[in-house]
Design a protein around this ligand. Structure first.
Ligand code: FAD
Length: 318
């Protein structure tokens, strides 16, 4: 079922979705099943599965040559989505990137996803990999997410890259895109970022999932700006519990988001690792209560493989 249909038929009841990462270096799929089982009992609306490009490094050989080596590889997003749908009957939503794909490779990926019964896709540009200074599209690939959205939307209408393929497989994906309540780091300014977000919607996207944030007011301001810019699609807030002291510096650096002073001070004062985890979960629960109370009935949780905080939240709120 499409994410937009889930939202439409939810009767405004508080609900949640989660995001999981394919595990590094391909552990067994059973580990993913085991981690998700407690969550499935409280019925997430959908499960997003991220996509990650391979990371390379160049090592000098004894002969003084540069050798390209893979340093980070994750198993297939597509396979995990198919397995999750099969095992749990939950809608699995693959993330599809511009980076690392030609348009033709994207077309083939979409045909596979359609064949596997996937109804939703989150279309993203992707970040630069470590060997790049800034994001570079593959030759014959897309530079910005709105171009990828357009390709998916075209394919939904039976328009393929090669006219010969016309009417072979008409896909029917519901397309989600990323939004940034505190601005994407590369964007010239907030207004421009929202203008580009609108472009993604105009190209065929049906809903927005936001980057994580810790200050709900920034999310509410963002929603207001989106509405003022003519964006009428659902905007799903994305949140993640802070869980280590190190993240006080890592999260702002990695995601371009602020950590409110009250939360930062509590984490700084915490004496043990367990205290930090507890503070992070409590903050996330308060954020969620506030979001639900303001009518944001579907919240997306970045679980990073840890499902306990969401199960706890479910016991207190859902
Ligand atoms: P875009 O919408 O293409 O925007 C990229 C930048 O270009 C922005 O600064 C935007 O303002 C600017 N821009 C857009 N259009 C134009 C234009 N026409 N001219 C000039 N500038 C323009 N990364 C992964 O690798 N794998 C994942 O699975 C993944 N999942 C994510 C899920 C969510 C919900 C979010 C919020 C992010 C996710 N990311 C993921 C990270 C994402 O790939 C990065 O944030 C990436 O840098 C931007 O992706 P985008 O789709 O927002 O890009």
């Amino acid at each position: 079922m499409k994410v937009t249909e889930h939202i439409k038929y939810s009767n405004n009841k508080p609900s949640f979705s989660v995001e999981i990462l394919p595990p590094l270096k391909g552990e067994n799929i059973q580990d993913i099943f085991k981690a998700l089982e407690p969550l499935m009992e409280i019925k997430p609306t959908f499960v997003d599965v991220t996509y990650h490009r391979e990371e390379y490094e160049y090592k000098e050989t004894k002969e003084g040559l540069w050798e390209k080596r893979i340093i980070r590889k994750r198993p297939g997003t597509v396979g995990i989505c198919a397995a999750l749908q099969n095992r749990f009957g939950v809608d699995a939503v693959p993330h599809v990137l511009c980076g690392g794909f030609t348009k033709e490779e994207t077309e083939n990926l979409l045909i596979d996803l359609h064949f596997l019964g996937i109804d939703n896709i989150v279309a993203l540009r992707g970040d630069a990999v470590k060997s790049e200074i800034y994001f570079k599209p593959k030759k014959q690939g897309h530079r910005y997410a709105n171009e990828l959205v357009r390709q998916i939307d075209n394919q939904n209408q039976g328009i393929y890259l090669d006219n010969e393929l016309l009417n072979t497989t008409k896909t029917n994906f519901c397309i989600g895109v990323a939004g940034y309540p505190e601005k994407h780091i590369e964007s010239p300014n907030m207004d421009a970022d929202i203008q580009f977000l609108k472009q993604k919607i105009d190209s065929g996207a049906s809903y927005i999932i936001t980057q994580l944030f810790y200050d709900n007011q920034k999310f509410y301001d963002f929603v207001e700006k989106c509405r003022a810019a003519g964006i009428t699609t659902p905007i799903i807030p994305g949140i993640k519990p802070l869980s280590t002291k190190r993240q006080l510096n890592l999260i702002p650096y990695r995601f371009n988001v602020d950590i409110p002073i009250d939360l930062a001070n509590d984490v700084i004062k915490a004496k043990t690792k367990e205290d930090v985890i507890e503070i992070g979960i409590e903050w996330m629960i308060e954020q969620s209560k506030d979001l639900y109370s303001k009518g944001f009935n579907l919240i997306h949780f970045y679980t990073m493989g840890k499902t306990d905080p969401i199960c706890r939240l479910a016991k207190t709120i859902l």
